[in-house]
Structures are given as structure tokens and as C-alpha cells.
Ligand binder design. Structure first.
Ligand code: CP
Length: 308
């Protein structure tokens, strides 16, 4: 694989690069079963996590991934930084460049901000989620999880359900899965799903339509209240009745051997019931575990520029 400085989105990667990142995640995951879970691959390298939005899974798994590769990790916490005193993103970037970090992991509410940082620094920048644009490491871990569950992605049918409009996960995950040979459909309220002429993907309006398509994977999205400036559906109860995995729908999902995925965090009782969280083919915790392996693979393969 030729050197790649940054990981900003899935569309910038070739299929060969995606395959290399997924293939390397396998041996990374095998490390988790060893008594010593560290390798010296990034010894002496510095990783900065820079999260302008809340995160549990992505933030902590990047830190664990970097530590398992023996890198030194610094967390920039926006709420206790000079950002709250009014420091501009431009000045924060100049400060980061002066620190001569090797890797910067950035999450920001503005689409495109990680790309701005990537242009301004020699560090390798990884987009950990920017606005409604992209979340490439989520896409990699989703692809890895599907391949691990079924042995292949090609020909698998995945229906992504919920707030597609505001979802960087839906964009990145549908793109990687389609490129790797899966069939992807959307399902959700008309107000939260793009038209087929824009997305190129068919949208179902109900579980009956989705079940009739016989999907292998039910991929649920969180209703993102924080990105909605107007109510897109009447209330959580109504959403649950139409688009949620309820106990009744779980029975059909289990009878037909479908898998359930969700990027987290979940709204229990809205998009998923408690029983579905315990379902044997619910892969949500596997996604978290695989997130560490895939992020180790990404850090291992990126090549920062030399600082002057
Ligand atoms: N999937 C995901 O991005 O979760 P976090 O917001 O907890 O990082």
C-alpha cells in the first residue's frame, strides 16, 4: 500500500487500501486474547485526540488502540481548553502544529474541519466524525464486523434504519459496504431519509417492506436530536412503533437469523428494545471491540510527514 497521510473519508481510499486496513485488523484483534496486549509498532510516536463533540466509543477506542501500539497519547478536552475562552480553530491548529504531534484524531461538529487540519499540519489526521459528513473508522469497523460474522460482505443485504439525513455513519458505512459488494437499503421517515435520486439507494417506508426484502443485517441508527433544528417525527413513542426493533419485530428477526447492528450510543425504547440488546445475533458489543482493532490498523498504516 502506498503511504497515506490522512484518513478523512471512505471515498478517498481504494478498494485495495480498504482491504489492507481490514486484513491488518485481524491480527490486531488476536492481540486482545494475549496476556500482553501491546506491540511496539508506534513506540516514540505521539497521538493527540481532539474531540469537539461528545464521544464514548470512538474516543476511548482510539486511546486504547494507540496505547496498544505503544504510542504516547494526549487528550485535548475542549471543555477545559482555551477554546472556551474564544480561541479560534485556526489558532488551535497553529498550536497543534507547534506541538509536532505525529497523529491527530479529530471529531468536530463542522463537516470538513478534519480536512482543514490535515492540510495545515504534518501530522496524520484521522476523521473521528465530522458533522453529518463522514465517520470512516466506524465504516471500517462495521465492514470488519459483518465479514467476521458471515465470512464475506459480498452479496449480504443490509438495511440501515433511522435518521439517515443527519448520519455520517449512514453515509460512510453504506459507501464502504456497497464498494465491498453488499446490497444496502435505507428505511426511515420521509423527513429523515434522502431521495433515491440523491443517494442511489432504495428507501423502505416500513418494516414490512424491509422484511420482505429478506435482509441479513438490521443496522439501526440513533435518532440525533442534537442535529435536528426542527422535529422530524411526532414523538419517540411513535418512532418506536414504526421504526424501532420492538419485542414483536425481534421475534421475526430471530426466526429469520438476521443480525442487529448499531453504532451507539443507543436510545433504548426508541430504536431498540432491551430484549434486542441481549439477542445472540446483536453485534453491538462486537462492533466496539472491533473498533479498537480497526483503529489500531488505521494508526499502523498511516504515514505522518516529517516535522521540520
Ligand atoms: N459510534 C460512535 O461514534 O460512538 P461515540 O459517539 O460514542 O464515539
Amino acid at each position: 500500500m502506498k503511504p497515506i497521510k490522512d484518513l478523512l473519508d471512505i471515498s478517498s481510499l481504494t478498494i485495495e487500501e480498504i482491504e489492507t486496513l481490514l486484513e491488518s485488523a485481524g491480527p490486531m484483534k488476536e492481540l486482545f486474547t494475549k496476556s500482553v496486549k501491546k506491540v511496539p509498532a508506534l513506540k516514540g510516536k505521539s497521538v493527540l485526540t481532539l474531540f469537539y463533540e461528545p464521544s464514548t466509543r470512538t474516543h476511548s477506542s482510539f486511546e486504547v488502540a494507540a496505547e496498544r501500539l505503544s504510542a504516547d497519547v494526549t487528550s485535548f478536552t475542549v471543555s477545559t481548553s482555551s477554546v472556551v475562552k474564544g480561541e479560534s480553530v485556526h489558532d488551535t491548529i497553529a498550536t497543534l502544529q507547534s506541538m509536532k504531534m505525529d497523529y491527530i484524531i479529530v471529531r468536530h461538529y463542522n463537516s470538513g474541519l478534519p480536512a482543514v487540519i490535515a492540510r495545515a499540519t504534518n501530522a496524520s489526521v484521522v476523521n473521528a466524525g465530522d458533522g453529518a459528513h463522514a465517520h470512516p473508522t466506524q465504516a471500517l469497523l462495521d465492514a470488519f464486523t459483518i465479514r467476521e460474522a458471515c465470512g464475506t460482505i459480498t452479496g449480504k443485504k443490509v438495511v440501515i434504519i433511522g435518521d439517515i439525513l443527519h448520519s455520517r455513519v449512514a453515509r460512510s458505512t453504506s459507501l464502504i459496504l456497497t464498494r465491498l459488494g453488499a446490497e444496502v437499503r435505507y428505511m426511515g421517515p420521509g423527513s429523515l431519509t434522502p431521495l433515491e435520486i440523491h443517494s442511489g439507494l432504495t428507501t423502505f417506508r416500513s418494516f414490512d417492506e424491509a422484511f420482505a426484502w429478506r435482509p441479513d443485517f438490521i443496522y439501526l441508527l440513533r435518532v440525533q436530536k442534537e442535529r435536528q433544528d426542527a422535529p422530524f417525527f411526532p414523538n419517540a413513542r411513535e418512532y418506536n412503533q414504526i421504526y424501532g426493533v420492538t419485542k414483536e419485530r425481534l421475534k421475526r428477526i430471530a426466526d429469520e437469523g438476521m443480525y442487529i447492528m448499531h453504532p451507539g450510543p443507543v436510545n433504548r425504547g426508541v430504536e431498540i428494545c432491551d430484549e434486542a440488546m441481549e439477542y445472540e445475533r446483536c453485534l453491538i458489543n462486537k462492533q466496539v471491540e472491533n473498533g479498537i482493532a480497526c483503529r489500531m490498523s488505521v494508526l499502523y498504516h498511516l504515514t505522518p510527514q516529517t516535522h521540520r
